[in-house]
Design a protein around this ligand. Structure first.
Ligand code: NDP
Length: 306
């Protein structure tokens, strides 16, 4: 039998896309777009960073304006939103009628201000929060949160954005993606602080971190599995009374931790604030409540403008 000559299918043309900012993350984003077959135009303040992407098929632009005018969709990933504002402000005319997807980390108010600025110049604006490190881009498990005034604009570009990571739309408030992003990362930083302190303490007893790691991992996972949904239930129902672990018993135990840190020569700077919060919770009459009560006490702080 002779193989039949089947024609190679022509790949569907993908929409052209621009990436502004080729740091670790921007480079990963541009690489994913190139691999997905998008004609990809790239620009970076330090022009040399375009080289490796050009070698993969991207078109390097000499100026931000040249990059902007190459595509209807402009993905921006710089260090801060102040950098984004500084870069985009002089390009409002070139951006008019196009869509900016800003994946730079920032506050909800910064995103809202950028959205207002964009709307005033006829630019569609979507804010995003990347829940991945660069190595996870375009791999399973990575996702990006998006929000913006116009969901239809997001729907138009969603197939392109899916090349970067799974997409999660969180609503029409442009600050929503940043709010979700910072809230998720807050959980992560809390875990980082706890894990760092745990390794410092166990290390003071001469136990190698590698030996302790399986126990710590199992413990943190088990606590997270119970605590995250349990606290949500208490917060949404307003029922903080507990038969698990009261604030009073935690208040009584915390000095043991702070003393042990001091005796081991370890800083307590990450954990001392917890003592103040526990003391306040008891002083305000919440001794029998569970740890979920702490979230309500935190809410009492004054919100500050961005
Ligand atoms: P990098 O430090 O690797 O890159 C920063 C980029 O911003 C560079 O391209 C830099 O240009 C550019 N830049 C900074 N200031 C300006 C400016 N004023 N004008 C023009 N360009 C500017 O950072 P990452 O790529 O890691 O992070 C980028 C964003 O992505 C951040 O907001 C970060 O929080 C967010 N993020 C990063 C993650 C990560 O794991 N890396 C995860 C999730 C979000 P130049 O090369 O010229 O310096």
């Amino acid at each position: 039998m002779h193989p039949t000559n089947t024609p190679t299918p022509t790949p569907t043309p993908q929409p052209p896309t621009t990436v502004l900012g080729l740091g670790l993350m921007g480079t990963a984003l541009a690489t994913a777009l190139i691999k997905a077959g998008h004609p990809t135009t790239v620009w970076n303040r330090t022009a040399s960073k375009t080289g490796p992407l050009a070698a993969q098929g991207a078109t390097p632009a000499a100026t931000a304006r040249e990059a902007i005018t190459a595509s209807p969709l402009i993905i921006v990933c710089l260090t801060t939103n102040a950098d984004v504002r500084a870069l985009l402000a002089p390009e409002a005319e070139a951006l008019a009628g196009r869509t900016v997807v800003n994946l730079t980390n920032g506050t909800p108010n910064q995103a809202r201000e950028l959205a207002d600025w964009a709307a005033a110049h006829g630019i569609a604006y979507i804010d995003g929060g990347i829940m991945a490190v660069p190595q996870m881009i375009a791999t399973p498990g990575a996702y990006i949160l998006y929000s913006g005034a116009d969901e239809a604009v997001f729907a138009t570009h969603r197939p392109t954005l899916e090349a970067l990571a799974d997409t999660k739309w969180v609503g029409n408030d442009p600050g929503g993606a940043a709010l979700y992003d910072l809230s998720l990362l807050t959980g992560m930083y809390g875990m980082v602080m706890g894990v760092a302190q745990a390794y410092a303490l166990i290390g003071s007893g001469g136990v190698p971190a590698r030996e302790f790691a399986p126990l710590l991992r199992e413990w943190v996972n088990a606590m997270t599995d119970g605590l995250v949904p349990g606290m949500a239930e208490a917060l949404d129902s307003g029922q903080h009374l507990t038969d698990v672990s009261s604030l009073e018993i935690n208040q009584a135990a915390l000095p043991n931790f702070l003393t042990a840190y001091a005796q081991a020569g370890i800083s307590d700077e990450l954990f001392r604030p917890l003592q103040g919060l526990l003391d306040r919770s008891i002083a305000e009459g919440h001794a029998a409540d569970g740890l979920s009560r702490l979230a309500t006490l935190l809410k009492k702080g004054q919100a500050v403008p961005a």
